[in-house]
Design a protein around this ligand. Structure first.
Ligand code: BGC
Length: 301
């Protein structure tokens, strides 16, 4: 792939971006990192994204790819596992495009990291089924079949011990529960053996910040498929987002449609909102029950 595109990686603590050489995946300038605004509402993050882009001298026609840690369909965020609920239903593509003046293409963060690994890193040239998993605050996944991405797989939310697997085996769980490498690797073993049983991948790539220390835990895993560390580490999101933005632009220029049904997105949104309302109602009921229990206990005393 020739040319350049701009990549931005939105994380919980920092928003990082740089122009990317699409032939090699390398950043063509030092990346800039701006702390993620708190609270990280859509408006505040959009302003930071615009500020980041305007710090670089790039052509207004350069496509911009942005990663986001949520299911993204037709540019709209449909989930918010580790981000503010206000993102659910936000047309992130439209918001960032309007705010930056660039044609912005938003993609799930793990999908972007996966694309970067397949194009420039540990999965380069690999056919068959490849699973890329990113271990961080949450667990992201990218699934490839003969190099083609199946977007938004969300394998970090497979059920394990009655809850989303990521609650149990993300890197944040290792830190929070102060697990040693062996104990954490035991949890990873259970998770990846399950993923392997479901998808029969011929390669598993592990990314996320902790993949820097891969020699501490990957050798402890016993799987059928080779499990290897990501090669791009910190820059995977930026490089993958840029590569995807370039592809999306080419697709558009060739007169292609988004390929996703807007009606499905609308329906998914309605379901997500209903789910949120249910959660809020349950939280309110729990609070009420808690309060009456406390007052009963106080009376007993
Ligand atoms: C989110 C995914 C995201 C992953 C890594 C999960 O909690 O649901 O969309 O890719 O975290 O950030």
């Amino acid at each position: 792939m020739n040319g350049k595109a701009f990549g931005i990686d939105i994380g919980g603590s920092g928003i990082k971006g740089a122009p990317v050489d699409l032939g090699t995946g390398a950043l063509t300038e030092d990346r800039l990192r701006i702390p993620t605004p708190q609270p990280s509402t859509p408006e505040a993050v959009a302003d930071t994204v615009a500020e980041l882009i305007s710090s670089f001298d790039i052509s207004p026609s350069m496509p911009v790819g942005v990663t986001f840690p949520a299911v993204i369909q037709n540019g709209v965020a449909l989930t918010a596992a580790n981000v503010d609920d206000a993102w659910i239903g936000t047309d992130v593509d439209a918001l960032f495009t309007e705010r930056t003046g660039h044609d912005v293409f938003v993609v799930n963060d793990a999908d972007a990291a996966g694309i970067a690994e397949m194009e420039f890193g540990a999965g380069r040239g690999r056919r068959g089924v490849v699973v890329v998993a990113t271990l961080g605050t949450g667990v992201g996944s990218a699934l490839f079949v003969d190099g083609t991405l199946v977007p938004n797989t969300e394998l970090g939310h497979l059920l394990l011990h009655g809850d989303s697997a990521e609650k149990h085996m993300a890197d944040s769980a290792r830190v929070r529960e102060d697990l040693d490498w062996k104990a954490w690797a035991g949890r990873l073993q259970e998770y990846f053996a399950h993923v392997e049983f479901l998808f029969s991948p011929t390669l598993i790539i592990v990314g996320g910040g902790v993949s820097k220390k891969h020699e501490k835990f990957l050798p402890l895993l016993d799987l059928k498929a080779p499990i290897v560390p990501a090669k791009l580490r910190n820059e995977a999101g930026i490089a993958g987002a840029a590569a995807l933005a370039h592809r999306a632009e080419q697709h558009q220029q060739q007169g292609g449609s988004p390929g996703q049904d807007a009606e499905v997105t609308k329906k998914a949104l309605k379901a997500a909102r209903k789910q949120l309302e249910k959660q809020a109602k349950r939280a309110k009921q729990d609070k009420k029950a808690d309060k009456s229990k406390k007052s009963k206990n106080a009376k007993k005393k």
